[in-house]
Write a protein that binds this ligand. Sequence first.
Ligand code: NCD
Length: 315
Amino acid sequence: MGLKGRDLVSIKDLTKDEIESIISASRKHIPVAEGKRSSNLLDGKLLALAFFEPSTRTRLSFETAMQRLGGRTITIADPAVSSVSKGETLSDTVRMLSGYADAIVLRHPNEGASRLASQVAEKPVINAGDGAGQHPTQTLLDLATMDEHFDTLSGLKVVLMGDLRYGRTVHSLAYALALFGAHLVLTSPPALRIPEHIRADLHAIGAEIQEEQDLRKAVHDADVLYVTRIQKERFGDLAEYARVSSGYRLDPKILDEVKPSFIVMHPLPRVAEIPSEVDTSTHAAYFRQAFLAVPVRMALLSLILTGHPGPGGGS
Ligand code: NCD
C-alpha cells in the first residue's frame, strides 16, 4: 500500500482496501498506545499540528500517537498568539510549516482549507476537520471501533443521528460506511438534514439510505447509533441553534429494546445529547472510541511518514 507521502483531505482519498489496511495496522499499535510496549518507529520525525479551531481529542491523540512512536510535534493551538492574528494567510502559514515539519495536521473553520493547504504544502497534509466539510481521521477511528466490536465492517446497520448538515464527522463516516455496504439510517431535525452533495456521493456508490425521524424505530434492529453534537459554531443565527437543539437528547429508555451487541458512539465532545447515565451501560462505546484515536493515528502516521504500518507489518 502506498500511503507514504500522501495527503489525507477527504475520506474519498482512500480506497476501501487502504482503509482496511490502516484499521488492521492500528490493532498492532494498541500495546504501544497503552504504554505497555515502546516503539521508536517515528524517531526523528516532526509533525506540525496547526489547529485554528478548538480541539481536545484530535490534537492530543495526534500528539500522543507521535510521542508514543518516538516522534515529536510542533503546535499552533491558539491562533491568537500566532502570526495569523497579524493577518498572515493560511497558505503562507502552511508553506512555512511544510519547511519545518515532515507532515502537517490541519484543523480550520473553512471548508476546503485542507485541500488548499495540500496544494501549497510540500509535505503531506492531514485534514483534522475543515469547517462543515470532512474529518477523515475521525472516520478511521470510528470504523476501527465498529470493527473491534463486531469483528467486521460489512453489512452493519448504522443510525446517524443529530447534526447531519454541519457535522463533518458524519459526512466522512457515511461515505466510508457506504463503501463497506452498511445500511444507513439518517435521523435529524429537518433543518439539519445531510447536504445534497453528500447524498449524491452516497448514491453514486450505491449506498442504502433510509430516513427515520422516530429514533426508537430507527434503532430497533440497528447495530450502531452514532450520535453527534449540534454544531453550534456553524449557525449564523443562535436563536435558530436554540430552536433546533432544544430537547435534543438521547432517551436512555430506547436502550431497553436494542440488540445485545448494539453500541452507542459519539465523536465527542458531547453537550447534553447523551445523558451521563448511559456511560455505564454495556452499549456505551464512546470512550473506547476516543482511546482508539491513538492507535489509529499511530498507524496512519507510520504509513504516511515511513510507508511502514508499524509493528509486525509488511510494507
Ligand atoms: C468532532 C469535530 O471536531 O468535528 N470532534 C472530534 O474531532 N472528536 C465533533 C464535534 O466537534 O462535534
